[in-house]
Design a protein around this ligand. Sequence first.
Ligand code: SF4
Length: 407
Amino acid sequence: MTAPNTTDSTYYKHGFGLKGEIKETLVEDYHSALVEKLKAEGHTYRTGDLTIRLAQEFGFCYGVDKAVDYAYETRLKFPERKIYLTSEIIHNPRVNNRLKEMGISFLNGRGFDAVPPDAVVLIPAFGVPVADLEKLKAKGCILVDTTCGSVVHVWKRVERYAQDGYTAIIHGKFDHEETRATSSRATQFPGGKFLVLLDLDEAKEVCSHMLNGGSKELFLKKFGRVASPGFNPERDLEQVGCANQTTMLSSESLAVARLFGETMAKKYGPENLDTHFRSFDTICSATQERQDAVISLLEEGVDVMVVVGGYNSSNTNHLCEIAVLKTRAYHIEDAACIISREAIRHKPVGKKELTVTCKWAKEGPIQIGITSGASTPDRVMGEVIDRLVTVLAGKELMTNDKIQSTK
Ligand code: SF4
């Protein structure tokens, strides 16, 4: 596949220089004066028996900032054109709904037949598969590419593996937009192969097959859907290169890579490891910082951890996964999930359905830790803090708007 020509007038990946013009709207939509205030005051808020402690790192990452910026700039630059997004720009309902209100349509896997050639198509922060990019280029649409640089970094690794004859082992969720885009980078090269593994258990199954053999049929029954077409475990696992979706649990990605390295060393001898195994940690720094910040907060000790973000946000889910190992943790999407002191609506780790948990916050002195995923606007985080104070301390906290108007 040839990379899009960055000087082409129909392909943009650096925005339109309209940052100044959209700044106020972005502040209005996503900024929280309350969150800014608490950050300036040591990430802690105390009133009576209630202490709320904010993680040191949370909320919009650089990639999300860029993607949202470009979407707003695009609307401003092309006020008369139809604008489409190939999928959600990031995994947060507040942001996606706002873009819909701005007249941006979401294709969400419906194909490109309905997209007119004079339309503008936004490529989300996760990127798109190579074939989709080719189709859009062939249509002649104006493309605004918001793919995060950290995702492109993973693509480069996977492309290199494919060019050198290594099968890309991708620790990620096969149906996640980013992983679909990443795996497509392997198969654009003749003979390029990939295998997507969800977790360490799946990695153990594959490594056991590599060492001990087993039924090819059973292997493909389990992994055929998440592997490149025509995958043959006997032929395609002789040389592997590990990579990962940028938002996975970093400790698990490292464990997966370690396991493949050990397996290759056992199978071919440590002296031949380089010929059979390559690995690069491709967790992005923003994901790492948010995971580290939750771990620090938990080590300092909180009674309850509230994790705020879209239910389909991979990095938010992983923050909650880290938290439940140490304390009671609740993944909520917004302030409305805090029903009362008695009840909270949330998504338990590993589940798709929401549930309501009663007696989630103990009586008496309580420390609540709070964080949010890389796609969660501070405005949503501020509303959750506001709601926590109302529900748990019975106190009227200055809302974002009130604080902004007194600035
Ligand atoms: S989480 Fe990481 S890879 Fe994803 S958009 Fe943010 S910075 Fe980029």
